[in-house]
Design a protein around this ligand. Structure first.
Ligand code: NAP
Length: 416
């Protein structure tokens, strides 16, 4: 029987009860490939909450680059992370309503309106108690390294993943920011030790991570320069508080492709040097911090450009993960490279409070229908988006779910 996607927002099941099946966008191992091929709509069993777990009715979901990787099946298939399930329901951001709680959950009750952070770890791992859940051997990103993510009518999460939904935001605004914003928060505030007066270079400043890194710098009293691929994106970045932007098309020659000859590398390095000079001109000095997630193409430039004793903080590698760079610039100038991955629940709660206070605002590019989950990921794969994309799931239309007055998300108006 064909699935009726028009009924995605209909809910006749009472709070505290779950229907036997639900609609979900599913990736299966045999379909891995371009997002539009990999994601298919399926009717699938609704998960029941276990101890300290919660099933949330998804009102809106957020789109992230991680499920572009999940669709492609690279650099590793997600089924390696959750081998016990043959389905992958992706989606690592959501806003919704607590529908059913498992044994032991006392802080949350059916009916509570929440946003979700995407880190999971076992309560039994000692790292969770006193060190950092991100260090736990059981640590996984929900909706990427686990199934039961947010591209479905219901999602299953650990109770510690729940955060209060900012009341002034609509469902889609609230669903849009968690993964990238909380990642940017840990990278800058904790890992790199951002201070007032610091100067920061932000790659992909109009992208999912970049729009929040830029706002955090402004809030902290640090000057940032954003790298973007169009002047329209540059205008967005400046409106978020950057002191300037650089259009990377003017420096195409600095991008590392890999396998360069000695001569080509010399020419590439000359372009990196020209770029570093431009960064210094805009910021008034070399950056104390470089905010990295592009990887292979930009990493040699990042290490060269950061100030002596400065920090390159990195959480991803969109252009390739086998990085190489001239290490002399690292040791002679005593620079640091710091890896960072998502955030712990404490950091997520602190960062969420800044959204509740409207000190940081979501940057929403487009809200799409549930039927468009695959094409939303294709847009992201093709770098045709900026800021964030949200998906309506249980919410029937945009702009619902606000229960208080306050500034809305910033709307990013350029892009595909
Ligand atoms: N470890 C973690 O916890 C974590 C969390 C979030 C994201 N990530 C990873 O971080 C990366 C970025 O995520 P995102 O959500 O910010 O993605 P995004 O929204 O696609 O933004 C990334 C930006 O990087 C720029 N970019 C892409 N390819 C580039 C290249 N070859 N050279 C220079 N710039 C390039 C693009 O901006 P312009 O075209 O305007 O320059 C793009 O807007 C992804 O690989 C993602 O998987 C990791």
């Amino acid at each position: 029987m064909p699935l009726n996607i028009d009924q995605i927002a209909d809910m006749t099941t009472e709070l505290g009860e779950l229907p036997p099946t639900m609609l979900a966008w599913v990736i299966r191992a045999e379909r891995e490939g371009q997002p539009t091929d990999a994601f298919k709509l399926e009717e699938i069993e609704t998960p029941e909450p276990g101890a300290f777990e919660v099933v949330v009715r998804v009102m809106a979901a957020g789109v992230n680059f991680n499920n572009v990787w999940a669709a492609l099946g690279t650099p590793v298939s997600v089924f390696r992370s959750h081998p016990d399930e043959d389905h992958h329901i992706g989606g690592s951001d959501a806003a919704g309503i607590v529908w059913k709680v498992g044994e032991g959950v006392t802080r949350w009750a059916p009916g509570d309106e929440v946003v979700l952070h995407c880190n999971q770890a076992s309560y039994e791992d000692p790292e969770v108690h006193g060190h950092d859940p991100m260090a736990a051997p059981s640590q996984k990103i929900w909706g990427y390294e686990t199934s039961w993510g947010s591209f479905a009518q219901f999602t299953k999460v650990q109770a510690q993943q729940l955060l209060p939904k900012p009341e002034h935001l609509s469902w889609e605004e609230a669903a849009s920011y968690g993964l990238t914003y909380f990642t940017a928060y840990r990278m800058l505030m904790d890992q790199a030790g951002l201070q007032p007066g610091h100067k920061v270079l932000i790659w992909g400043a109009a992208g999912g991570l970049g729009v929040f890194a830029t706002q955090l710098c402004k809030l902290a009293g640090a000057d940032s320069v954003g790298v973007v691929s169009s002047d329209e994106k540059g205008a967005l970045v400046q409106s978020l508080g950057a002191v300037g932007f650089i259009n990377r098309n003017e420096f195409e020659g600095m991008m590392r492709k890999g396998g360069e000859s000695e001569e080509e590398e010399k020419a590439r390095f000359a372009e990196s040097r020209r770029f570093a000079k431009r960064v210094k001109e805009i910021l008034g000095d070399s950056p104390d911090i470089v905010f990295e997630h592009v990887g292979k193409a930009t990493f040699p430039t990042s290490v060269f450009t950061v100030k002596p004793f400065g920090k390159v903080v990195i959480c991803g590698a969109t252009s390739g993960y086998d990085l190489d760079f001239d290490v002399r610039y690292l040791w002679m100038r005593q620079k640091q490279i710091i890896g960072s991955h998502f955030a712990n629940a404490w950091q997520c709660n602190k960062a969420n409070a800044l959204i509740q206070q409207s000190k940081i605002r979501p940057v929403l590019w487009r809200t799409m229908e549930f039927s468009e989950v695959a094409s939303a990921h294709q847009l992201m794969h093709d770098n045709k988006h900026l800021g964030k994309i949200a998906i309506l799931v249980g919410a029937q239309e945009c702009d619902t779910g606000r229960t208080a007055q306050g500034p809305r998300a910033i709307t990013a108006e350029v892009g595909a």
